[in-house]
Design a protein around this ligand. Structure first.
Ligand SMILES: [Zn+2]
Ligand SMILES: [Zn+2]
Length: 115
């Protein structure tokens, strides 16, 4: 059976097939507990990732087509939090949504001043 279960952003095999829509739902619950005012902002951050629309593999949660790995979605959110100076939330985000991000993106060495 031929199938392409690779993320079209990072070109890695998608080992944790959860689509950005399902991830976003979880992330938004998480954000609502901390800083609800960020919800619309983070939704638009996620939109850039969700805009990639091809059928590569299927989400384990909702069964939708997906082609972006959880790492890439989380990376967008994480990067946004860092760039907009929410280092505390960025650190908690990594703890809550750790799809092997540390190994994927070398997040074990956080940007200066975070921890
Ligand atoms: Zn990826
Ligand atoms: Zn899904």
């Amino acid at each position: 059976m031929a199938y392409e279960d690779k993320c079209i952003i990072c070109d890695e095999a998608i080992t944790n097939p959860v689509c950005p829509h399902c991830l976003e739902r979880q992330v938004m619950y998480w954000v609502a507990d901390r800083k609800p005012s960020l919800i619309p902002l983070l939704k638009s951050v996620g939109d850039s990732v969700k805009a990639f629309d091809h059928e590569n593999t299927f989400c384990a949660v909702c069964g939708d087509d997906m082609n972006i790995c959880p790492h890439c979605y989380c990376n967008e959110i994480y990067t946004w939090l860092i760039e907009n100076e929410y280092p505390e939330m960025a650190r908690e985000f990594l703890e809550s949504f750790n799809f092997e991000l540390d190994y994927k993106f070398d997040f074990k060495t956080p940007p200066t001043g975070i921890i």
